[in-house]
Write a protein that binds this ligand. Sequence first.
Ligand code: C5P
Length: 269
Amino acid sequence: MKIEAYAKVNFTLEVFGRRADGYHALRSLVLPVSLSDTIEMDKADEVTSDAGYDDDLCVRAARAIGAGGVKIHVTKRIPSGGGLGGGSADAAAVLIGMNAMYGLGLSREKLAEIGSGVGSDVPALVLGGPTVMEGRGEIVSRISLPVLHLVIAYPEVSSSTAEVYARCSVRENREPDLTRMAIEAIGRGDADDIAGASVNGLQEAATVLHPEIANAMDILADAGAMGVTMTGSGSCVFGQAQTPAMASEIAAKVNARGMAAWDVRTVSR
Ligand code: C5P
């Protein structure tokens, strides 16, 4: 069985107070995008993976679902440490694949619940489309939105999630609801409003730690992307384009300045 594991961007990431369990309460609009890893799975006696990480979320996901063994082969395209949720996307794909392969008949909501023990972004990525994520990531609801054309740039620096959260300044109030406002702007389809709606509460802390991120934002904006914002705890940044052709042109300009970039569109399973 072969499944695409789609990366995500956090179109919004609102960070509130630190919780008793040490995690921060979040509100985020998570958008899966067409940059993906490919996950191949075959039934086997044991759970094995060739992803090659110390803490392989594919293996943790397969063990968490507890259906049986599986041999997992990962073709990696999503950069690690970039805030694109690559490891979580792979884990979500394993949950979806094993559910089908072993005929478990579990709902996406049940798979999301199992995934919340594997990684913060797994529940949202199991739902497989635009999702509002709250709590520390375990409260998810799928929504419908028009497709966006985005360009992602990768400044080749790995940003530590724990370090960025430790240095971020949290918001006191839940209002205004910037995530709701972004959803409404995307729904209306006005390019300027959409460009003004993306926001990330971790961006300042991450750019102080890694000036390369601010540089990538400048390069992406110079190339013509609108509403340039960081995703997750970084280091990748993304911006919007009006059409697929414009996204491809912007990605080529960023590439020409020696930086990895991908033109993508938002996707739903
Ligand atoms: O979920 P993940 O393992 O990527 O989180 C790494 C670290 O980031 C956590 O140990 C925590 O310090 C911080 N974090 C947080 N609040 C969240 C998610 C992560 O403080 N909602």
